[in-house]
Design a protein around this ligand. Structure first.
Ligand code: BGC
Length: 300
């Protein structure tokens, strides 16, 4: 069973440990200069104290946004992310809330509006895995994954949409009344044995995102998703921590390197910015080609 969060959130109570650095011999994710394309905007990232959520929160801050760093366990890690974000001269606070709790999500948005006045960008990132063979999967494993990964995205998106609708477009801030980015996975498309709960939650995110995007686009609200492939985070450590595991993983990735959280963060900054203003209801796959049926490169 994978205990750690897919995208930052760990509901088990143990703080997620940071992923080791890539080795010098591996091809690297590029390091690019940041532009302040989100200056004056206010963002909330769920599950932002580790993994992909952490990198996204930092990148949004670097791009000029004030950022709420949501977490459920691991306050020290959340505070460290806040400190890093503040170094960019923007405001940031950590906020503990379980995204699957309607009450806690409501309180989190109230606090955000109190602190920053409103919300412009929601990154629905918190997620986790509870892997099990289907015939052994408990209802608790099923429910935990669906509640955090899918219901959590519903609750946070609903709260954000309410605020976007209340406030409307402020042209000096953004051409849109608000942006939501749903963190999905290649497993919204690729079936995954032993993880039926996780794949079902990601498939659910796909049509939640698309239906919501269609519904609120006329109100100038943009809803999109990112589908990461294998990204070097605590959730899939078993798939990359040994050379043997890494080599096996590479058979699934045409681009021949693992993804880094920053690969996802750069996509999130773009999707949150007016640079992607005409992008509505799209899933951006950031997966090194994992969804290209790599087995067919030599077979078929
Ligand atoms: C999962 C990871 C996995 C990756 C590619 C992600 O959504 O959380 O555990 O490595 O998909 O299979």
């Amino acid at each position: 069973m994978t205990e750690l969060a897919a995208t930052g959130l760990d509901t088990t109570g143990s703080a997620a440990s940071p992923a080791p650095e890539p080795s010098a011999s591996e091809p690297a994710s590029p390091s690019l200069p940041a532009q302040r394309i989100l200056a004056g905007q206010r963002a909330l990232v769920t599950g932002a104290n580790s993994g992909i959520g952490r990198a996204v929160a930092i990148a949004l801050g670097q791009a000029g946004a004030d950022v709420v760093v949501n977490y459920v366990d691991g306050v020290e890690a959340a505070d460290a992310v806040v400190d890093e974000i503040r170094r960019f001269g923007v405001d940031s606070i950590a906020y503990q809330a379980d995204v699957s709790s309607e009450e806690q999500v409501g309180a989190m948005f109230e606090r955000m509006v109190q602190q920053f006045g409103t919300i412009d960008i929601l990154v629905n990132n918190a997620g986790l895995q509870r892997d099990a063979a289907f015939h052994e999967m408990t209802l608790a494993q099923w429910n935990t994954v669906l509640q955090v990964n899918l219901t959590g995205q519903f609750l946070c998106a609903r709260a954000a949409i309410r605020e976007f609708l209340r406030r409307g477009v402020v042209p000096s801030v953004s051409c849109a009344a608000g942006k939501i980015i749903c963190m999905s996975s290649v497993h919204q498309q690729i079936p995954w044995a032993g993880r039926a709960n996780y794949a079902a939650s990601k498939g659910g995110i796909k049509l939640l995102m698309e239906s919501l995007a269609q519904e609120v686009a006329p109100r100038r609200i943009r809803v999109n998703a990112i589908a990461p492939g294998a990204i070097r985070t605590p959730i899939n450590m078993a798939a990359w921590e040994t050379q043997e595991a890494y080599d096996k993983l590479m058979k699934l990735i045409p681009y021949d390197r693992i993804g880094e959280p920053e690969d996802i963060a750069r996509a999130a900054v773009w999707l949150a910015s007016d640079h992607s203003d005409y992008v509505v209801g799209t899933t951006l796959f950031v997966d090194g080609g994992m969804t290209l049926y790599p087995g067919f490169a030599t077979g078929g």
